[in-house]
Design a protein around this ligand. Structure first.
Ligand code: GLU
Length: 425
């Protein structure tokens, strides 16, 4: 029988879950799913000063929010300190480590370490150039390079899939595996994620934590789809895919070894696409938290869905919906000076609005299709004015905007009361 595939992510809780770690989580998770393996979560919290419980919670919540539940763990390194000490003592006994001013240091052997990285290919390092390094610090906590090996070994990790910033640590880690006579996992070092300006992705480019993206109204489906395309490409070139479809198609060997660019524009485009194509009831439900500030009781659930459907075509992020639907709520609408001056306060517009106010009495408000028809008739009646000359002032008076959702839908939702009131300006 083939050995069970066991992979992991090992974030340090020194900040909210970063998109880079989320991508590592996604690729590990998919690799586990695809191979009927296990995806393990380990919290590397041995840096007692910088680790915080709120970040541990953020890591859990963020992973769950994008659908990457772990099969085993969470293990916490801070609860495993004895294990690291025992292994360190073992190495001291076998002469491969030694006590040094309170700490324990690993005696780095002088040799050539070679490994075949699944993504980077054959790599070779000369450990003769590396100093002995601390494995247990004087405060009793292990160093990263030691704890990571002990845990990966103890947890039976078969594939270490992580960021290429850890390549330079790998020869030291391999030396520890070898000193303990343990079998090596396979390594796969993913290229880094860069910002569009080709520098390290950082706060000045925008959000970097998964929870920030989710908070801003990126849908988890879109976000995961986007993450998957950072350095990996689908075999059929079709980029819009569900997590399940991507997982079926996923192969570590197809990960690119050059940096992946985090294109915010592409993410926005993709997110807009998901906002437009997921079932409207679903989008309405997810939009609820951005609509809290509005008096939702003015509308039925069905009307709210119609409203969301009417505006979602122009949204890149779900948080934009707060503003996009604002004119549906309250009796009056805020009209900015510029629009008032250019669109409403002309003789032609005043005349259109006067006629429309009369016409509005006869609108069949509960029948959107009929409204459509009736608007057509109104435009006919207003000839030789062009449709735009007619509908612009009407839209501006009813919504305070010069463009947006379908007017028949807007009028149907606003209803007689709001329409008449807004026309009497
Ligand atoms: N704690 C390390 C990090 O967050 C883990 C690296 C690894 O996967 O080995 O970068």
């Amino acid at each position: 029988m083939e050995k069970e595939v066991r992979v992991r992510i090992a974030p340090s809780p020194t900040g909210n879950l970063h998109v880079g770690t989320a991508r590592a989580a996604l690729f590990n998770w998919m690799y586990a799913r695809k191979n009927n393996g296990k995806f393990i979560l380990r919290i590397e919290d041995t840096d007692l000063e910088r680790s915080e419980e709120r970040y541990v919670r953020n890591i859990f919540d963020s992973l769950r929010s994008i659908g990457l539940e772990w099969d085993e763990g969470p293990y916490k390194q801070s609860e495993r300190l004895d294990i690291y000490k025992n292994y360190a003592e073992k190495l001291v006994k076998s002469g491969q480590a030694y006590h040094f001013e309170g700490a324990i240091k690993f005696k780095t052997p002088s040799k050539t370490v070679k490994f075949n990285d699944i993504i980077k290919g054959e790599l070779e390092f000369d450990t003769g150039l590396m100093d002995d390094f601390v494995i247990i610090k004087s405060n009793g906590t292990p160093s990263y390079n030691f704890a990571v090996v002990i845990d990966d070994m103890e947890m039976g990790i078969t594939h270490v899939i992580r960021g290429e910033d850890h390549i330079s640590n790998t020869p030291r880690q391999i030396a520890v595996y070898e000193a303990l006579g343990a079998e090596l996992p396979q390594f796969a070092h993913m290229s880094m994620i860069l910002a569009p300006d080709r520098t390290k992705l950082s706060k000045r480019h925008g959000a970097t934590a998964v929870s920030e993206f989710i908070e801003q109204g990126y849908l988890s489906e879109a976000f995961v789809n986007f993450l998957a395309l950072l350095g990996w490409s689908p075999s059929d070139g079709e980029e819009i895919k569900s997590l399940q479809q991507i997982t079926e198609d996923f192969e570590l060997g197809r990960l690119s070894s050059s940096p992946a660019i985090f294109e915010f524009d592409k993410l926005n485009w993709m997110n807009g696409l998901y906002i437009r194509t997921l079932p409207v009831a679903e989008i309405t439900q997810r939009a609820a938290k951005y609509l809290k500030g509005h008096e939702l009781t003015e509308y039925s659930q069905e009307q709210l869905e119609t409203m969301v459907d009417a505006v979602r075509g122009n949204l890149a992020k779900l948080d934009e919906i707060t503003e996009a639907v604002s004119y549906f709520f309250g009796g009056d609408v805020v009209i900015d000076e510029e629009i008032r001056k250019t669109v409403l306060d002309t003789e032609e517009s005043r005349n259109v609005l006067l006629k429309f106010a009369e016409f509005a009495q006869k609108i069949d408000y509960n029948n959107p299709e009929k409204i459509h028809e009736q608007l057509g008739e109104f435009r006919q009646k207003m000839k030789p004015l062009k449709p735009k000359q007619v509908m612009w002032p009407v839209r501006a008076a009813l919504t305070g905007r010069t463009h947006g959702a379908d007017m028949a839908v807007i009028i149907g939702l606003l209803g007689r009361g709001k329409v008449i009131r807004r026309l009497s300006i």
